[in-house]
Design a protein around this ligand. Structure first.
Ligand code: ATP
Ligand code: PRP
Ligand code: MG
Length: 281
């Protein structure tokens, strides 16, 4: 039975549970259960602190897990990134009081508050900068005002928390993060992991693609197909009126209106777009 670690709280928890549910798994918690068995799918879900998931997966007692790339990099765990999952996107940045820091060199000899000690230390070592890392478990943005640090290094999404604390980012981001499916290298060829991975890929595709149907005259077909080449190849079917063909094809959802405009300009008509509920590519 495949053991899967799921974040039990924080920004990763709800979207991870939603994604696994969309992938067909049963992991509804009625109360404070720490483990849920999904017998129909032959998997077991362990609800764990986001920060601990890389440790459990690296240890091998849990086969795979969902965590953030920043948390994985902050852990000494031997787990590796298996697939990016496209949610909980954030950047990891240095920030200080407005106007006080402009570049990385300004950090030399100063005190940096963070919950991500290893990530920050590795970055400073790489950059050849010597600074003191002050570990805090959370609410890192308050540390400058409270005097325990001169600057911070933390997760930034909207920047709202920084602004509220009177801090400004400076320098390049230390990294870009998002939720990941992580596993140990030796799980790479595991069949149960491959099934989970294909299901998650199916959710990602269903979220980012739409199905487009349209009719087009045979003479305009090549121009239309150039706009919508599809994943493998579009499906072309005959219509009763033999001058026209029906085309069915997958298209990235984000540009769908501009794609429809261009298809229409090339002579396509009866263009309809359908959302995908699930997919296996
Ligand atoms: N505001 C946010 N927007 C997007 N992603 C975020 C945000 N805050 C945190 N994350 C991401 O969520 C993960 C960390 O989870 P989070 O900070 O929500 O957990 P937590 O419950 O605070 O955990 P802990 O108490 O161990 O710090 C990281 O991968 C981080 O990049
Ligand atoms: O840029 P923003 O959109 O404001 O989001 C970033 C904030 O969200 C996270 O905090 P969280 O809610 O996890 O609290 P924590 O500090 O206790 O971890 C993160 O640590 C930042 O403080
Ligand atoms: Mg947090």
């Amino acid at each position: 039975m495949l053991r899967i670690a799921v974040p039990n709280k924080g920004s990763l928890s709800e979207p991870a549970i939603t994604m696994l549910t969309e992938a067909g798994y049963q992991l509804h918690r009625r109360g404070r259960e720490l483990v849920i068995s999904d017998h129909a799918n032959d998997v077991e879900f362990f609800f764990l602190r986001p920060r601990d998931i890389a440790v459990h997966v690296g240890h091998g007692t849990i086969h795979v897990g969902i965590t953030g790339r920043d948390l994985l990099r902050d852990s000494p765990s031997g787990a590796v990134e298996h697939r990016a999952l496209g949610f909980a996107r954030s950047t990891f940045r240095f920030a200080g009081p407005a106007g006080e820091f402009t570049s990385l060199e300004d950090i030399q000899g100063r005190r940096i508050a963070t919950s991500y000690d290893k990530l920050v230390r590795d970055y400073l070592n790489e950059a050849g900068i010597d600074a003191e890392v002050v570990h805090l478990d959370g609410a890192v943005e308050s540390s400058v005002r409270l005097g325990v640090a001169d600057l911070i290094a933390d997760v930034v999404e909207t920047g709202g928390t920084l602004r509220a604390a009177g801090l400004e980012v400076f320098g390049d981001p230390l990294m870009q993060s998002e939720a990941l499916l992580i596993a140990r290298e030796d799980m790479r060829d595991n069949a149960a992991l491959a099934t989970l991975d294909r299901r998650l890929e199916g959710v990602l595709v269903a979220r980012s693609y739409v199905l487009v149907d349209y009719n087009v005259r045979e003479r305009d077909l090549n121009a239309a197909i150039a706009i919508t080449p599809g994943l493998n190849s579009p499906t072309i079917s005959p219509l009763m009126n033999t001058e026209w063909l029906a085309v069915r094809v997958m298209v990235k959802a984000e540009n769908i209106n501009s794609v429809m405009d261009r298809l229409y300009a090339e002579g396509a008509r009866a263009i309809i777009v359908t959302k995908l509920a699930a997919s296996r590519i």
